[in-house]
Structure formats: structure tokens, C-alpha cells
Design a protein around this ligand. Structure first.
Ligand SMILES: NC(=O)c1ccc[n+]([C@@H]2O[C@H](COP(=O)([O-])OP(=O)(O)OC[C@H]3O[C@@H](n4cnc5c(N)ncnc54)[C@H](O)[C@@H]3O)[C@@H](O)[C@H]2O)c1
Length: 321
């Protein structure tokens, strides 16, 4: 008989595509926790949990349907509930629909375990992470969002194809907003301790073309099959694993960045307390100051995109205080 896992991870919205892919990835990875599938449509939650538990005879994890009350007492609460994008629809369009859903979920989870960590996946993920933190009552460091982790994976895969180096050895990030204002941190990107852009195979590469392909990918998948879920499922499961196993790995996740005064995708070390450290990405004091005053015109393209992203996120968060 299998040992009873010490931890519990709940996937709210687990009846849907992203939630089920996340629950499956958690079980397949053998994350040291019982996985609960929770959904407002209980029959879907039951169906997904039964299906995943069938697979678990070959895999290390366990999975069952759970209730909102059980989810509130979980160590990690992953939220994938809510409306998804239609073909060619920007993520920012989902805010009104998903704001109400996230608020009602937070009510249903109460009382939330004081040491729980919330991982937001639903879109727009930056703004919904802010709302989840406000409505859950948990400290900021315990509420994060999957942010640009998936986009960063797409970037590293593209750079791996060009350089022939493993994606895990390429230190490059997509940052800012998980949406149309995200940007590539080219200036801070490193490979083998050297600036990425100095790699011989990165010469004469169309950097803007790489960026545009990454941005287009989600739209292309949604256009072809209606939604994206395998990639984000493994990303969410990996983040949950970091939270449970206290790995202190650095991920580009939505976390509260003090210097910008808002939640956004920025590199952070993730461990059992949530965000353990947040890192500054090669911006000097003058640039940081300029970023906070939105009327200053900046020449650098990356910095300009970051400025737009902060502005866009803050504007929406203020509306949903
Ligand atoms: N962050 C990312 O990188 C990323 C990637 C892909 C999708 N997403 C987002 O994930 C979300 C889900 O996408 P999907 O394709 O799985 O959609 P889906 O329609 O397949 O699933 C959504 C699920 O949420 C459930 N739900 C709705 N209201 C609920 C409530 N109050 N409580 C519990 N469950 C509730 C629905 O019953 C459904 O099962 C969307 O917001 C989508 O934009 C994020």
C-alpha cells in the first residue's frame, strides 16, 4: 500500500483543460502530495480525478476529487478556474469575467490555511494574482502567479535550437506582463556565464523575430485547438514542486516587486515560504525611477515595454481594489 503523502495540493478549476493537465503533471512528476481536483462542475472534477487516478498505477502520485473546504486547507492551492481566451482575444479581455470567479472562489476556500501558498494560473494572471492576494488575506510572498514562466520556456527552446545548448543552461527570461506587453530581457541574458548575445550563433539573428514567434505561439495554439494546456500544466506542477520541496529555484513568476509597487513577472527564488528572494534585472537607479513616472520617454525598447507593462497592470489593479 502506498504511503500517505505529507502534503496536499488542490487544483481549483481542475475539471477544465489547464487544471486537468496540471493535476496530471503533478501526479506524473511524483510531487510529494495528494492531488485534489476541485471544480464548480463537480461531475467534471470527478471525471478528471478518476481518469488521472487510473494513470496513477504507473506513476508515483495520487489524485482524487476534493471540496472547496479541503482545498482551503491545502499546502498549495493552484487556481486554473475561469474563462479562457477565444481565438485572437487578448488575455486582458478576461478580467471582468474572471475577477468575479476568483472572488467567489476565495470566499468558498475560507478559512484558508495560514501557511498555504496560492499559485494563480488563470488569466490575466498578473492582475488576478493581485486580486487573489487581496481577497485571500495571505501575505504577499505566499501568493504568486505562473506569469511568464511558460513564455520563458518557449524562449529558451527557441534559443536552444539556435545555440545547440540545453534550454536549462540558458539564463534568459521573458518578463513583465504575461500578455502583449511582455518583453525579452536580452541585455541580462547569459549562457555559460557570458552574455547570450555574444554567442557566435546569436550573431545576425533576428531578435525581434524570436520575440514575435513566442508571442504568437499561444494565439496559434488557441486558433488550432481552442486552448493551451500541456505546457502550462507542467509549468504549474513544477512551481508547486518548488513550493513543496523548498527548492529555492529561480523562476520568472508573478510576484510583488517592491521597487515597482505592483505584482508582475520578475525573477524570484521560490521555496516553502513562497517568494524567498526577488531579483532586480539589470536596471540602474535612474531607469527604475523613470519607470515609476510614466510620463518619461525612454529610448531603450525593453525598458519602454516594461514601463507600459507596469502602467497597464497598475491601472487594472487600481480598478479592482
Ligand atoms: N497563465 C498561463 O500561462 C495560462 C495558459 C493557458 C491558459 N490559462 C488560463 O487558464 C484558465 C483556464 O483555461 P482552460 O482552458 O482550462 O479553461 P476551461 O474552460 O477548460 O476550464 C475552466 C474551468 O474552470 C471551472 N470554473 C469556473 N468557475 C469556477 C468556480 N467558481 N470555481 C471552480 N471552478 C470554476 C469551469 O467549470 C472549468 O472546468 C483561463 O483563464 C486561461 O486563460 C493560463
Amino acid at each position: 500500500m502506498a504511503a500517505i503523502p505529507r502534503h496536499r495540493v488542490s487544483v481549483i478549476g481542475g475539471g477544465g483543460n489547464v487544471g486537468a493537465a496540471t493535476a496530471f503533471a503533478l501526479v506524473a512528476k511524483g510531487v510529494p502530495a495528494e492531488v485534489l481536483v476541485v471544480d464548480v462542475v463537480e461531475k467534471m472534477a470527478q471525471g478528471q480525478a478518476l481518469d488521472i487516478s487510473d494513470a496513477s498505477f504507473m506513476m508515483p502520485g495520487t489524485c482524487r476529487k476534493g471540496s472547496f473546504q479541503e482545498a482551503g486547507q491545502s499546502d498549495v492551492i493552484i487556481i486554473t478556474a475561469g474563462a479562457r481566451q477565444q481565438p485572437n482575444e487578448p488575455r486582458s479581455n478576461l478580467i471582468d469575467r474572471n475577477y468575479k470567479i476568483i472572488k467567489s472562489i476565495m470566499d468558498s476556500l475560507q478559512p484558508i490555511k495560514p501557511t498555504a501558498k496560492i499559485l494563480m494560473v488563470s488569466n490575466p494572471v498578473d492582475v488576478l494574482t493581485h486580486i487573489a492576494q487581496k481577497t485571500s488575506g495571505l501575505p504577499r510572498r505566499q501568493v504568486i502567479g505562473s506569469g511568464t514562466y511558460l513564455d520563458t520556456g518557449r524562449l529558451r527552446n527557441a534559443l536552444s535550437d539556435i545555440t545547440g545548448v540545453s534550454p536549462t543552461s540558458i539564463h534568459a527570461y521573458m518578463l513583465g506582463e504575461h500578455g502583449d506587453n511582455q518583453f525579452t530581457g536580452w541585455s541580462s541574458a547569459r549562457i555559460g556565464g557570458r552574455p547570450l548575445l555574444e554567442h557566435p550563433k546569436m550573431q545576425n539573428i533576428d531578435l525581434d523575430g524570436i520575440y514575435k514567434n513566442i508571442q504568437r505561439k499561444a494565439y496559434e495554439i488557441i486558433d488550432a485547438k481552442g486552448s493551451t494546456y500541456f505546457g502550462i500544466g507542467i509549468c504549474a506542477a513544477t512551481l508547486a514542486e518548488a513550493l513543496l520541496n523548498n527548492t529555492s529555484q529561480v523562476f520568472p513568476v508573478v510576484n510583488y516587486v517592491e521597487s515597482f509597487g505592483c505584482y508582475m513577472s520578475w525573477p524570484a527564488a521560490i521555496g516553502s515560504d513562497g517568494v524567498e528572494q526577488s531579483f532586480d534585472v539589470k536596471l540602474d537607479d535612474v531607469e527604475t525611477k523613470k519607470l515609476q513616472s510614466f510620463d518619461v520617454k525612454l529610448d531603450d525598447v525593453e525598458t519602454k515595454k516594461l514601463q507600459v507593462a507596469i502602467h497597464a497592470i497598475k491601472e487594472v489593479c487600481d480598478k479592482y481594489e
